[in-house]
Design a protein around this ligand. Structure first.
Ligand code: XIL
Length: 458
C-alpha cells in the first residue's frame, strides 16, 4: 500500500469552538462554553507515554490503515498489535499455504511511523485453522506443529517485533489449566516448549503469556503468578505477563496495581495488552464519564509500577471494536467514538499520562473525518457535538490544503470559494442540544494528497 498517497496528513482532527457564537441558545452558557471550549490540544498520547517511558498501543485492522483511521493510529500510538492478522488461522488457513499480507502491512506501517509491534498470538485455543483443530495428531506431531509454527512466524519477523504474546489464555477462571488442543496433547509443558521455541526464533523479542480476568488478585491471576514463578525458577525464557483488561464500566479491580506489582516483583515485565471498557448501550454522558475515570485508573496503575511497560487499547475507535459482536447490547468501549471523535476516556488517558490539559466541558466541537477514499474522490463527514452547550443554528467552515473540492453535500448547504468551504445547517438540523450531535457529509475530489483540514465551528 502507499500510505503517503492515501492517508490524510498529520493535522489535528480536533477543532475548537471559536468566537462565532451566533446561533447558540443560552448566552450565559455560551460564554462559558466559548471559554472552556477553547482548550489547548492534548499532546498525542504517544508523546505523553514516551515521556514517561511507557508504551501506548492500539490493536489495529491492517486493511483500515488509511484515511482518518490510519492518521489517528499513526499519530496517537507508539505501538501496534494486529487484532487478528497474526493469528494462526489468519496466516496459515490451509496447511503449508501462508498469507502474510495483513500482518506485513501492519508491521510496515508501524516501521514507517516509528512504532513498535506486539505480535499476537502464537499458541492459543481459538482462531486456529480448521485443518489444525480438526486434525488427529500424536503428541509428537502436535509438538512439532507448534514448534514449526513458532519458528516460521517468529522467524519471519525476527528483529522487527518488540514483543510476542507467545501463549494466550492458558487458564480457566478457577486457576486450573484450560483443556485445549495444546494442553490435552502436550500437558502443561506446552507453555515452556512454546517459550523456548520463540526465544530460539528471535532472541531479541520480549516473550509474554497473556490472559484475561487476571487484572486483579484472584484465583486465575494467582495461577498465572505461580506459573511464571516456576518458569523463572526453571530457567524457561519468560519476559512478561499480559493482562488483557477487557473490563466493564465501574468494575476496574481494586487490586489492579497490587497485582501488577506482584508480577513485577517476580522479575518480569507487565503490560496491559487489550484494554477496553464496555458499557450497556446506548451510551450516555454519565456512563462516558464513569468510563473515563476507569480508563484513568487503569493507566494510573500502570504508570505507578516501573515494570509496567505500557497500555494497549483493543481498538481505538468504537467503529473497530470487537465488543458489540461478542457482547450483544454492549459497546462504546474504546477512547474514540464511531466518528473518530475523542471521548472523555481519551482525555482521561492523556491526563493519566501526565497531559496538562483538561477535557472540554461546556463546548460544541466539530470533528472532520474521511470515511472513504478512492482514486480521485472521497467521502468526508463533519460531526458537530455539544456537551454543556447547545446550538440553534450552525456554520462549519474549513480551508482545504491540497486543492480538494467539495462536489456534493448532504444534511448541510455547502459552498466553496477557492480553497475555502462554508457549510451551514439544513432546515431540519440546525438545533444541536447539549449531549446531542449532528453529522453532515459530502463527496469531494482530490489528487496528490488529501490532508485533513481544521474545521471552524460557528
Ligand atoms: C478478538 C478480535 O478483536 C476479534 O476481531 C475476533 O473476532 C475475535 O478475537 N482476547 C484476545 C484477542 O486475545 O485476540 C481477541 O481478539 C479478544 C479476546
Amino acid at each position: 500500500m502507499s500510505t503517503s498517497r492515501t492517508s490524510p496528513s498529520r493535522s489535528s482532527l480536533r477543532v475548537r469552538c471559536t468566537a462565532l457564537f451566533a446561533g447558540l441558545t443560552a448566552v450565559g452558557a455560551l460564554l462559558a462554553a466559548g471559554t472552556t471550549g477553547a482548550h489547548a490540544a492534548d499532546g498525542p498520547l504517544r508523546d505523553l507515554a514516551a515521556a514517561k517511558g511507557k508504551v501506548m498501543g492500539t490493536a489495529v485492522t491492517g486493511s483500515k490503515l488509511t484515511g482518518t483511521y490510519g492518521e489517528i493510529a499513526g499519530r496517537e500510538f507508539n505501538a501496534l498489535t494486529p487484532g487478528n492478522a497474526m493469528k494462526w488461522g489468519s496466516v496459515e488457513p490451509v496447511r503449508g499455504t501462508f498469507d502474510w499480507a495483513e500482518a506485513d502491512r501492519i508491521v510496515d506501517f508501524a516501521e514507517a511511523h516509528g512504532q513498535q509491534v506486539r505480535g499476537h498470538t502464537l499458541v492459543w485455543h481459538s482462531q486456529n485453522p480448521g485443518w489444525l483443530d480438526n486434525g488427529t495428531w500424536t503428541p509428537a506431531q502436535l509438538g512439532q506443529l507448534m514448534k514449526d509454527h513458532i519458528a516460521t512466524e517468529v522467524g519471519r519477523y525476527k528483529g522487527r517485533l518488540a514483543t510476542w504474546d507467545v501463549v494466550n489464555e492458558p487458564f480457566n477462571e478457577d486457576g486450573t489449566y484450560r483443556q485445549t488442543l495444546w494442553y490435552n496433547g502436550l500437558g502443561a509443558d506446552y507453555i515452556a516448549q512454546a517459550l523456548t521455541a520463540a526465544r530460539a526464533a528471535d532472541p531479541a523479542a520480549r516473550l509474554y503469556i497473556n490472559d484475561y480476568n487476571v487484572e486483579g488478585v484472584n484465583a486465575k491471576s494467582t495461577a498465572l503468578y505461580n506459573l511464571v514463578k516456576s518458569l523463572k525458577e526453571r530457567g524457561v525464557p519468560i519476559d512478561g505477563v499480559g493482562l488483557q483488561a477487557h473490563l466493564i464500566v465501574g468494575q476496574v479491580p481494586s487490586t489492579l496495581q497490587q497485582n501488577i506489582q506482584r508480577f513485577a516483583d517476580l522479575g518480569v515485565d507487565v503490560a496491559i495488552t487489550e484494554l477496553d471498557i464496555r458499557m450497556q448501550l446506548p451510551s450516555d454522558s454519565a456512563k462516558l464519564t464513569r468510563q473515563a475515570a476507569d480508563y484513568k485508573a487503569v493507566v494510573n496503575a500502570c504508570v505507578a509500577v516501573a515494570r509496567c511497560v505500557g497500555v494497549t487499547v483493543w481498538g481505538f475507535t468504537d467503529s473497530d471494536s470487537w465488543i458489540p459482536d461478542t457482547f450483544p447490547g454492549q459497546g462504546a468501549a474504546t477512547p474514540y467514538d464511531e466518528n473518530y471523535a475523542p471521548k472523555p476516556a481519551y482525555h482521561a488517558i492523556a491526563e493519566a499520562l501526565g497531559g496538562t490539559t483538561t477535557p472540554p466541558t461546556g463546548a460544541c466541537t466539530a470533528a472532520y473525518s474521511v470515511t472513504s477514499q478512492w482514486d480521485t474522490g472521497f467521502t468526508g463527514q463533519v460531526r458537530i457535538a455539544c456537551t454543556g452547550a447547545a446550538l440553534s443554528s450552525w456554520k462549519a467552515g474549513w480551508t482545504f490544503g491540497a486543492g480538494q473540492r467539495v462536489t456534493q453535500a448532504w444534511n448541510a448547504a455547502c459552498s466553496q470559494s477557492g480553497a475555502v468551504v462554508s457549510c451551514s445547517n439544513a432546515s431540519y438540523n440546525g438545533s444541536v442540544p447539549s449531549g446531542g450531535s449532528v453529522t453532515f457529509g459530502f463527496n469531494g475530489s482530490w489528487s496528490g494528497s488529501n490532508p485533513v483540514p481544521t474545521v471552524t465551528l460557528g
